[in-house]
Design a protein around this ligand. Structure first.
Ligand SMILES: Cc1ncc(COP(=O)(O)O)c(C=O)c1O
Length: 449
């Protein structure tokens, strides 16, 4: 068969990747996320996937969106399909300021840079601030996509412990002091204050103020990532950190969860000088963010009750959160604990001692339920006693069935451990702060167990 190929197409090298010696050092940290590897199996219809964090856009009125897009092409297609500004189109930047006002932010459209989802915002912010070896402070655990960006820019991630009110202030102080004493350069604190991915917790307003006071004292930049803030179930949105401190906070927002992720429109709101650097970085990355998507979203916001639509989404997610909570109460074995999210998509589960969510995953998928092992949300191997469950996508009945299947898997693991032991000295599971290879900064005197 190979003989039939012309010479230039014949394989010259037996290595799988003959370019392996040529890649830049920064690619060494680029690995497929645990979530990506999972998608192929978890998407099979017989598997209840509590793994992916895909927004559930079934309730979007496609006829309205379709009519908006058709009208856009007919009435303004030549502009909407042309190159545009590297900073983003003025009318969407104005609309973004209106959206941010719902979380107490008062901003000028000139300080907004439009990005390809907030994922690109993370990339641009890291690109302009971080050199290899610089430290980024992150919650423990943190968003897997952000960790991937920090790794790609060869940053060192230092995880800071959380509690039920989000990032722990004493642990943050401890981390800053210890890292600076070790001669490290901390470039910024990356935090997700609302409906944390993956931890499911929210910082109350007082906690935000406390963290900002520490940032002020330590002269630390804060990157506030807030894709879920408007998807709360009970209360009005908590004021954004950016609304409490304009100069120290770089704020990232997105239309992926409040409208639809396929348009890939997010943004950065940054102090003016930072904004200038972001636009230069954006121009070199994309020339300009997708103009058609920006026009489409601006038309949608202008012609549709988008606030009402966000309420519809929130109600739908609340129903699913309730199903998840009920399923966990009914089916989790004793010793399992979890967070109770007041919005967003995710629950963080802590397993009984001796269980390892990473090792267990294949057995769970065989039992037709999928989740993301906690290790995906740490920079280095930590978190195996945890898992992230998403309730955003399956129906409430499927969510309950998923928790039932998961409960059986956990019970089986517990029984096996009781019969044969965990195979780990002292029941050690590399989870929950136990002798991990990675340092997670805890509050002084905190119980590491
Ligand atoms: C915390 C967080 N930040 C950023 C993103 C990226 O979202 P997008 O690029 O779609 O705006 C996500 C997506 O799940 C997320 O959970």
């Amino acid at each position: 068969m190979n003989d039939a190929l012309p010479d230039r197409l014949r394989r010259q090298d037996t290595r799988l990747d003959s370019y392996v010696d040529r890649y830049a050092a920064r690619t060494h940290g680029m690995t497929a996320s645990a979530i990506r590897a999972l998608f192929s199996v978890a998407n099979r219809p017989e598997v209840v996937s509590l793994a992916g964090g895909m927004p559930n856009i079934a309730d979007l009125p496609l006829d309205v969106v379709g009519a908006t897009l058709a009208d856009l092409v007919v009435s303004n297609g030549r502009q909407a399909m042309q190159y545009g500004s590297g900073q983003g189109e003025p009318m969407i930047r104005e609309a973004i300021c209106e959206v941010m006002r719902l979380e107490g932010i008062s901003a000028h459209p000139d300080d907004v840079t439009v990005t390809v989802g907030s994922q690109q915002a993370l990339d641009l912010v890291t690109r302009i601030f971080c050199d290899p070896g610089d430290v980024v402070l992150c919650e423990a655990p943190s968003y897997v996509g952000a960790l991937g960006v920090f790794r790609a820019f060869q940053c060192e991630v230092a995880h800071v412990a959380m509690d039920e009110q989000g990032l722990n202030p004493a642990a943050l102080r401890e981390a800053i002091t210890a890292l600076r004493a070790a001669g490290k350069t901390i470039k910024f604190l990356y935090t997700i204050p609302n409906f944390h991915n993956p931890a499911g917790v929210t910082q109350p307003a007082e906690r935000r103020m406390e963290l900002l006071a520490i940032a002020e004292e330590a002269d630390l930049l804060v990157v506030e990532d807030n894709p879920y803030g408007l998807l709360g179930f009970d209360a009005e949105p908590t004021p954004a950190m950016r609304s409490l401190n304009e100069d120290r906070v770089v704020y990232l927002g997105s239309f992926s969860k409040t409208f639809a992720p396929g348009f890939r429109v997010g943004w950065v709101l940054a102090p003016h000088a930072v904004r200038e650097k972001l636009v230069l970085a954006q121009e070199s990355a994309t020339l300009c963010p997708p103009v058609f998507s920006q026009f489409a979203i601006a038309s949608y916001l202008a012609n549709h009750d988008w606030r009402g639509q966000i309420k519809i989404f929130s109600e739908m997610y609340r129903e699913r959160r309730d199903a998840m909570m009920a399923g966990l109460v009914d089916h989790m074995p004793p010793g399992t604990t979890w967070t109770t999210p007041a919005g967003g998509f995710f629950v963080w589960v802590t397993l009984p001692p001796g269980l390892d969510s990473h090792a267990m995953l294949a057995r769970a998928v065989t039992a037709r339920v999928a989740y993301v092992p906690g290790t995906a949300f740490y920079a280095d191997g930590f978190g195996s006693r945890h898992m992230r469950l998403s309730y955003c996508f399956p129906t409430p009945a499927r969510i309950i069935e998923g928790t039932r299947r998961l409960g059986e898997v956990l019970q089986y693991e517990i029984t096996v451990n009781e019969t044969f032991g965990t195979g780990l000295e002292d029941g050690h599971s590399y989870g929950a702060g136990e002798r991990s290879p990675l340092r997670v900064y805890e509050a002084p005197g905190a119980n590491q167990a």
